[in-house]
Design a protein around this ligand. Structure first.
Ligand code: ADP
Length: 273
């Protein structure tokens, strides 16, 4: 097991009139090599949860154990945690800042104190993993790139740290459909090529259906559902009751069938009625 979360709670603005419980007793186990989709409406707590996973936020209560280390203790080594758990934020391109793409991707590895040769190898490898041509682009400014390409540079910067767990928070937000498909395709490829655990956050069932083996559904701060992809969308009634209902599920199933998966007829009938 690579990650275990015990009774995790988080309250924003605790003990003020603006108090808001964003995570409500989350319990979760994740095994090495899983590809997981974390879905739920805006405001369900997805971002709050993932920011806990690399120590960026500290829980109000509860424990998070990553690779055998409790990261919620006072003396937790944040640098080590962030190397293990790479978090790609929403709109990560807003955090690009170096004058060349090379320098931007090299920033994290350089902070690890790696030598130039290792840094070079990591930059090259991670650019290739996200479909960016190293020779053509390494000396260009990240600010000259298209939105989708900038986002790949930002993702490459996280991959270059060689994290064991990669968390992507809405990696397709704001991209057009072709940009979206490209990024998702790169993520899929990355998963196939590297031995890595991926948590993909999305409010779109369609996006996660294309890729993941297991789905976590958040609702009002709770982990409402957790199961294999097939199992989750067999539970169409539950999804509907939390507003992730029929139109989304129908789309979701279409994608599922396109991938050549057989779907039980009764579920299809329910959703296409
Ligand atoms: P999601 O990522 O699923 O959209 P969030 O984790 O961003 O959900 O938000 C969960 C809840 O916490 C929402 O009700 C949101 O309004 C609230 N929230 C998020 N960030 C803050 C903050 N900085 N201060 C107060 N409340 C917040």
């Amino acid at each position: 097991m690579i990650m275990k979360i015990n009774n995790l709670n988080y309250i924003y603005n605790a003990n003020t009139p603006f108090e808001k419980k964003a995570l409500d007793n989350i319990n979760l186990e994740i095994n090495e090599g899983e590809f997981i989709g974390l879905i739920g409406h805006t405001g369900s707590g997805k971002s709050t949860l993932v920011q806990h996973l690399n120590g960026l936020m500290k829980p109000t209560s509860g424990d998070i154990i990553i690779d055998g280390v409790n990261i919620t203790t006072k003396d937790a080594n944040l640098k080590e945690i962030r190397q293990k758990v790479g978090l790609v934020f929403q709109y990560p391109e807003h955090q690009l800042f170096e004058e060349t793409i090379y320098k931007d991707i090299a920033f994290g590895p350089r902070n690890l104190g790696l030598n130039e040769e290792e840094i070079h190898n990591r930059v090259k490898e991670s650019m290739e993993l996200v479909g960016l041509d190293f020779d053509e682009l390494k000396d260009r400014s990240p600010f000259e790139l298209s939105g989708g390409q900038k986002r790949r540079v930002a993702i490459a910067g996280v991959i270059a740290m060689k994290p064991k767990i990669l968390v992507l928070d809405e990696p397709t937000a704001g991209l057009d459909p072709s940009g979206r498909d490209e990024i998702l395709g790169e993520i899929q490829k990355l998963y196939e090529q590297e031995s890595i655990t991926i948590i993909l956050v999305s409010h779109s069932m369609e996006d996660v259906a294309k890729l993941v083996d297991r789905i976590l559904v958040m609702h009002r701060g709770k982990l409402e559902m957790d199961g294999k992809t097939r199992e989750i969308f067999r539970r169409a009634d539950e999804l509907e009751s939390i507003g992730l209902g029929v139109p989304q599920i129908t789309k979701f199933m279409k994608v599922f069938r396109e991938k050549g998966n057989d779907v039980k007829d009764d579920v299809l009938t329910v959703n296409e009625a």
